[in-house]
Design a protein around this ligand. Sequence first.
Ligand code: ADP
Length: 189
Amino acid sequence: MSARRILILGPPGAGKGTQAARLVEELGVPHVSTGEMLRTAVSAGTEVGKRAKAVMDAGRLVSDEIVIEIAEARLGKPDCAGGFVLDGFPRTAGQAQALDAMLERRSTPLDCCLALTVDVETVVERLLKRAEIEGRSDDTAETIRERMKVYEDQTAPLLEHYRGMGLVREVDGMGSPGDVAGRIGEALG
Ligand code: ADP
Protein backbone atom coordinates (compact mmCIF):
# COMPACT_ATOMS: atom_id res chain seq x y z
CA MET A 1 0.00 0.00 0.00
CA SER A 2 1.84 3.09 -1.15
CA ALA A 3 -0.79 5.77 -0.45
CA ARG A 4 0.04 7.60 2.77
CA ARG A 5 -1.86 10.87 2.46
CA ILE A 6 -5.42 9.71 2.36
CA LEU A 7 -8.75 11.49 2.56
CA ILE A 8 -11.90 9.55 3.45
CA LEU A 9 -15.08 11.10 2.11
CA GLY A 10 -18.62 9.92 2.71
CA PRO A 11 -21.87 10.88 4.41
CA PRO A 12 -22.26 10.96 8.20
CA GLY A 13 -22.49 7.38 9.46
CA ALA A 14 -20.75 5.87 6.42
CA GLY A 15 -18.08 4.44 8.70
CA LYS A 16 -15.34 6.98 7.99
CA GLY A 17 -14.16 7.03 11.59
CA THR A 18 -14.09 3.23 11.90
CA GLN A 19 -12.20 2.74 8.66
CA ALA A 20 -9.84 5.62 9.37
CA ALA A 21 -8.96 4.03 12.73
CA ARG A 22 -8.05 0.76 11.00
CA LEU A 23 -6.05 2.46 8.28
CA VAL A 24 -3.96 4.56 10.62
CA GLU A 25 -3.07 1.44 12.56
CA GLU A 26 -2.00 -0.32 9.42
CA LEU A 27 -0.08 2.62 7.97
CA GLY A 28 1.33 4.03 11.22
CA VAL A 29 0.16 7.56 10.41
CA PRO A 30 -2.08 9.89 12.47
CA HIS A 31 -5.87 9.97 12.25
CA VAL A 32 -6.89 13.56 11.64
CA SER A 33 -10.58 13.96 12.47
CA THR A 34 -11.93 17.50 12.74
CA GLY A 35 -15.08 16.11 14.41
CA GLU A 36 -12.94 14.52 17.16
CA MET A 37 -10.83 17.65 17.56
CA LEU A 38 -13.95 19.80 17.85
CA ARG A 39 -15.52 17.43 20.40
CA THR A 40 -12.30 17.59 22.42
CA ALA A 41 -12.44 21.41 22.29
CA VAL A 42 -16.07 21.34 23.44
CA SER A 43 -15.27 19.03 26.39
CA ALA A 44 -12.27 21.13 27.35
CA GLY A 45 -14.41 24.29 27.24
CA THR A 46 -11.96 26.21 25.05
CA GLU A 47 -13.00 29.34 23.12
CA VAL A 48 -13.27 27.28 19.93
CA GLY A 49 -15.30 24.67 21.78
CA LYS A 50 -17.71 27.27 23.12
CA ARG A 51 -18.23 28.71 19.65
CA ALA A 52 -18.64 25.28 18.03
CA LYS A 53 -20.96 23.49 20.44
CA ALA A 54 -24.35 24.91 19.47
CA VAL A 55 -23.56 24.63 15.76
CA MET A 56 -22.51 20.98 16.13
CA ASP A 57 -25.56 20.12 18.22
CA ALA A 58 -27.77 21.53 15.46
CA GLY A 59 -26.04 19.33 12.88
CA ARG A 60 -24.69 22.31 10.99
CA LEU A 61 -21.12 23.05 9.96
CA VAL A 62 -18.67 24.91 12.13
CA SER A 63 -17.25 27.92 10.24
CA ASP A 64 -14.53 27.34 7.66
CA GLU A 65 -12.35 29.82 9.52
CA ILE A 66 -12.30 27.75 12.72
CA VAL A 67 -12.06 24.36 11.07
CA ILE A 68 -9.33 25.35 8.60
CA GLU A 69 -7.28 26.75 11.46
CA ILE A 70 -7.46 23.59 13.55
CA ALA A 71 -6.92 21.29 10.56
CA GLU A 72 -3.88 23.25 9.36
CA ALA A 73 -2.40 23.32 12.84
CA ARG A 74 -2.82 19.55 13.14
CA LEU A 75 -1.47 18.76 9.66
CA GLY A 76 1.53 20.98 10.36
CA LYS A 77 2.65 18.82 13.31
CA PRO A 78 5.75 16.70 12.70
CA ASP A 79 3.87 13.39 13.05
CA CYS A 80 1.91 14.20 9.88
CA ALA A 81 5.08 14.52 7.81
CA GLY A 82 4.96 10.83 6.87
CA GLY A 83 1.28 10.85 5.99
CA PHE A 84 -2.17 11.04 7.56
CA VAL A 85 -5.73 9.86 7.19
CA LEU A 86 -8.12 12.81 6.97
CA ASP A 87 -11.62 12.11 8.24
CA GLY A 88 -14.37 14.77 8.18
CA PHE A 89 -12.22 17.46 6.55
CA PRO A 90 -12.63 19.07 4.05
CA ARG A 91 -16.41 19.41 4.08
CA THR A 92 -16.87 22.58 2.00
CA ALA A 93 -15.34 24.03 -1.17
CA GLY A 94 -13.52 26.65 0.92
CA GLN A 95 -11.98 23.97 3.13
CA ALA A 96 -10.93 21.92 0.09
CA GLN A 97 -9.24 24.97 -1.41
CA ALA A 98 -7.41 25.69 1.83
CA LEU A 99 -6.27 22.07 2.05
CA ASP A 100 -5.07 22.01 -1.55
CA ALA A 101 -3.15 25.24 -1.03
CA MET A 102 -1.56 24.01 2.16
CA LEU A 103 -0.50 20.67 0.70
CA GLU A 104 0.80 22.39 -2.41
CA ARG A 105 2.93 24.75 -0.32
CA ARG A 106 4.52 21.72 1.27
CA SER A 107 4.74 19.69 -1.95
CA THR A 108 2.81 16.91 -0.22
CA PRO A 109 -0.28 16.30 -2.38
CA LEU A 110 -3.02 13.87 -1.43
CA ASP A 111 -2.42 10.36 -2.73
CA CYS A 112 -6.00 9.22 -2.68
CA CYS A 113 -9.59 10.15 -1.87
CA LEU A 114 -11.52 7.10 -0.69
CA ALA A 115 -15.21 7.68 -1.33
CA LEU A 116 -17.37 5.46 0.85
CA THR A 117 -20.72 4.84 -0.79
CA VAL A 118 -23.68 3.81 1.35
CA ASP A 119 -27.43 3.53 1.32
CA VAL A 120 -28.85 6.53 3.18
CA GLU A 121 -31.49 4.58 5.12
CA THR A 122 -28.89 2.17 6.44
CA VAL A 123 -26.74 5.09 7.46
CA VAL A 124 -29.54 6.74 9.41
CA GLU A 125 -30.10 3.44 11.26
CA ARG A 126 -26.38 3.20 12.05
CA LEU A 127 -26.36 6.72 13.44
CA LEU A 128 -29.40 6.13 15.62
CA LYS A 129 -27.75 2.99 17.02
CA ARG A 130 -24.55 4.94 17.69
CA ALA A 131 -26.63 7.57 19.48
CA GLU A 132 -27.80 4.92 21.95
CA ILE A 133 -24.29 3.55 22.53
CA GLU A 134 -22.16 6.70 22.59
CA GLY A 135 -24.74 9.29 23.53
CA ARG A 136 -23.28 11.87 21.13
CA SER A 137 -25.36 14.99 21.49
CA ASP A 138 -25.59 15.49 17.70
CA ASP A 139 -26.98 12.00 16.96
CA THR A 140 -30.71 12.68 17.18
CA ALA A 141 -33.18 11.91 14.37
CA GLU A 142 -33.53 15.60 13.61
CA THR A 143 -29.83 16.50 13.50
CA ILE A 144 -29.07 13.34 11.53
CA ARG A 145 -31.43 14.57 8.81
CA GLU A 146 -29.81 17.99 8.91
CA ARG A 147 -26.29 16.51 8.68
CA MET A 148 -27.34 14.42 5.67
CA LYS A 149 -28.70 17.51 3.94
CA VAL A 150 -25.55 19.49 4.71
CA TYR A 151 -23.49 16.61 3.34
CA GLU A 152 -25.46 16.48 0.09
CA ASP A 153 -25.39 20.27 -0.38
CA GLN A 154 -21.86 21.12 0.66
CA THR A 155 -19.64 18.05 0.87
CA ALA A 156 -20.79 15.66 -1.86
CA PRO A 157 -19.79 18.20 -4.56
CA LEU A 158 -16.18 17.83 -3.40
CA LEU A 159 -16.18 14.39 -4.99
CA GLU A 160 -16.17 16.09 -8.38
CA HIS A 161 -13.28 18.27 -7.30
CA TYR A 162 -11.18 15.24 -6.33
CA ARG A 163 -12.39 13.26 -9.32
CA GLY A 164 -11.01 16.05 -11.49
CA MET A 165 -7.66 15.57 -9.78
CA GLY A 166 -7.83 11.84 -10.53
CA LEU A 167 -7.77 10.92 -6.85
CA VAL A 168 -11.13 9.25 -6.21
CA ARG A 169 -11.44 5.55 -5.52
CA GLU A 170 -14.98 4.50 -4.71
CA VAL A 171 -15.49 1.83 -2.10
CA ASP A 172 -18.77 0.16 -1.23
CA GLY A 173 -19.30 1.03 2.45
CA MET A 174 -22.08 -1.49 3.06
CA GLY A 175 -21.54 -4.65 5.09
CA SER A 176 -19.37 -5.37 8.11
CA PRO A 177 -16.43 -3.13 9.02
CA GLY A 178 -14.13 -6.04 8.11
CA ASP A 179 -15.68 -6.37 4.65
CA VAL A 180 -15.32 -2.66 4.01
CA ALA A 181 -11.73 -2.69 5.28
CA GLY A 182 -10.97 -5.50 2.81
CA ARG A 183 -12.36 -3.44 -0.06
CA ILE A 184 -10.34 -0.41 1.04
CA GLY A 185 -7.20 -2.56 1.07
CA GLU A 186 -7.95 -3.60 -2.51
CA ALA A 187 -8.73 -0.05 -3.60
CA LEU A 188 -5.43 1.16 -2.20
CA GLY A 189 -3.65 -1.70 -3.92
P1 ADP B 1 -20.18 12.82 11.22
O1 ADP B 1 -19.31 12.45 10.05
O2 ADP B 1 -20.87 11.64 11.80
O3 ADP B 1 -21.12 13.96 10.96
P2 ADP B 1 -17.95 14.21 12.61
O4 ADP B 1 -17.38 13.73 13.88
O5 ADP B 1 -17.07 14.19 11.42
O6 ADP B 1 -19.25 13.31 12.41
O7 ADP B 1 -18.50 15.72 12.78
C1 ADP B 1 -19.38 16.09 13.79
C2 ADP B 1 -19.75 17.56 13.68
O8 ADP B 1 -18.57 18.37 13.84
C3 ADP B 1 -20.31 18.00 12.32
O9 ADP B 1 -21.70 17.79 12.20
C4 ADP B 1 -19.95 19.49 12.30
O10 ADP B 1 -20.84 20.26 13.09
C5 ADP B 1 -18.59 19.50 12.98
N1 ADP B 1 -17.49 19.36 11.99
C6 ADP B 1 -16.61 18.34 11.89
N2 ADP B 1 -15.76 18.51 10.86
C7 ADP B 1 -16.12 19.68 10.28
C8 ADP B 1 -15.65 20.41 9.15
N3 ADP B 1 -14.64 19.96 8.40
N4 ADP B 1 -16.28 21.58 8.86
C9 ADP B 1 -17.30 22.04 9.58
N5 ADP B 1 -17.80 21.42 10.64
C10 ADP B 1 -17.23 20.23 11.00
